[in-house]
Design a binder for this molecule. Structure first.
Ligand code: ADP
Ligand code: MG
Length: 364
């Protein structure tokens, strides 16, 4: 089921009587989620991710704009009638019910023509439980389960009605690191097996990048960029997106474009043909540095951190916006750890230039 958001806007009235300022939580959002895909809705806390998800679910009404499931305009439809499955960060299971009863609950509430027979309900509950691999835990109560198992129950409960669209709001945030990794792979597998169009909300860029067909990056209620994770990483439209994606994060330096060259502290590090002279921010991905004794960019060496296959060289430069510059270099390189300085050449496709005022990318 394709999902289309059309000029979707949500404005909350002011809670602060004095300032009287309303909050534009979601600002004129337009995008299409293709049928059967998993979309990662990504951005820092407070940028409007949950509000967007709640509008898709019907829990919140848009101030303006429309939502379509396929060709159906569902904007005025109640949550119950949208055919969605919802999973939240806190699993919100009924503590006095067993796993089986929790999963059956949405089916037992179906009315009229949608009502299933007892056998059908049990089969559906069992299939959903098997899909998330908790079918051997059906008689336990939620407090007899680990966090990861509880979240699987919540996912099974969301799937049991065979939703047209699955909506997940930070579903992994309460899990420890190892379970988070495992469960996100599970979610991806289940999504692929069922082919349900899914929106996965997270503030964790790595999580979004690793499981999404497409990511949607948001900032202060405004959509910044949509694309395949790798494409957005390789081609960020502005400094915010460049900084939000990637670990270690992108290195940002102050510099200028002068005579068609990108310069940092007077040293030309890249060509920028046809770009007008101007002050800029320069973003360089950690993997964009090449050690070279005659390299254009000279930095003060602080530390070399061994990471196994790679090493991370920590250095400083007076034009750096961040306290340090972090590069990732193949561990096979012989690095002189005692040296005072380190020189780099910059791989052109790992370097991005942004207008200093608008922070928009300058393409060349
Ligand atoms: P996210 O999920 O990305 O962290 P939210 O969608 O929860 O962000 O919130 C977006 C903005 O809307 C925030 O500034 C938040 O304070 C505000 N907001 C969310 N819900 C309400 C509400 N019910 N009333 C007023 N403001 C709200
Ligand atoms: Mg949220």
């Amino acid at each position: 089921m394709k999902v289309v958001l059309q000029n979707l806007t949500k404005i909350f009235p002011s809670r602060d009587k004095k300032s009287g300022k309303e909050v534009v939580a979601v600002n004129d959002f337009t995008f299409e989620i293709p049928d059967g895909k998993l979309i990662g809705l990504l951005g820092p806390s407070g940028c409007g991710k949950s509000t967007t998800l709640y509008m898709i679910s019907g829990l919140q009404k848009p101030t303006s704009g429309k939502i379509f499931f396929g060709e159906d305009d569902v904007t005025e439809l109640s949550t119950e009638n949208r055919g969605i499955g919802l999973v939240f960060q806190n699993y919100a299971l009924y503590p006095h019910m067993t796993v089986k009863q929790n999963i059956l609950f949405p089916l037992e509430n179906l009315k009229g023509a949608d009502r299933l027979t007892k056998e059908e309900m049990l089969k559906r509950a069992h299939d959903a439980a098997a899909l998330v691999q908790i079918d051997d835990l059906m008689d336990r109560k939620p407090n007899e389960l680990s966090g990861g198992q509880q979240q699987r129950v919540a996912i099974a409960r969301a799937l049991v009605k065979m939703p047209r669209v699955l909506l997940l709001d930070e579903p992994l945030s309460n899990l420890d690191a190892r379970l988070r990794l495992q469960t996100r792979e599970e979610i991806r597998r289940i999504q692929k097996e069922t082919g349900i169009t899914t929106v996965f909300v997270t503030h964790d860029q790595e999580e979004a990048m690793s499981i999404s067909d497409m990511i949607v990056v948001m900032k202060l209620g405004v959509l910044q960029q949509i694309g395949k994770p790798q494409d957005v990483y390789d081609d960020p439209v502005n400094l915010f997106v460049a900084k939000f994606l990637g670990t270690p994060p992108i290195n940002v330096l102050e510099g200028e474009v002068k005579g068609g060259k990108v310069c940092i502290g007077g040293a030309a590090v890249a060509e920028a043909p046809g770009v007008a002279d101007q002050p800029v921010y320069i973003g360089i991905r950690p993997e964009g540095f090449e050690l070279d004794a005659n390299g254009a960019l000279e930095c003060k060496l602080s530390n070399v951190e061994v990471m196994g296959r790679d090493v991370s060289i920590v250095s400083t430069h007076e034009s750096s916006v961040n306290p340090v510059i972090r590069s990732i270099i193949d561990a096979d390189y012989a690095i002189d750890r005692e040296a005072e300085t380190v020189r780099y050449n910059i791989k052109p496709h790992k370097l991005f230039v942004f207008n200093k005022e608008t922070e928009e990318r300058i393409y060349f």
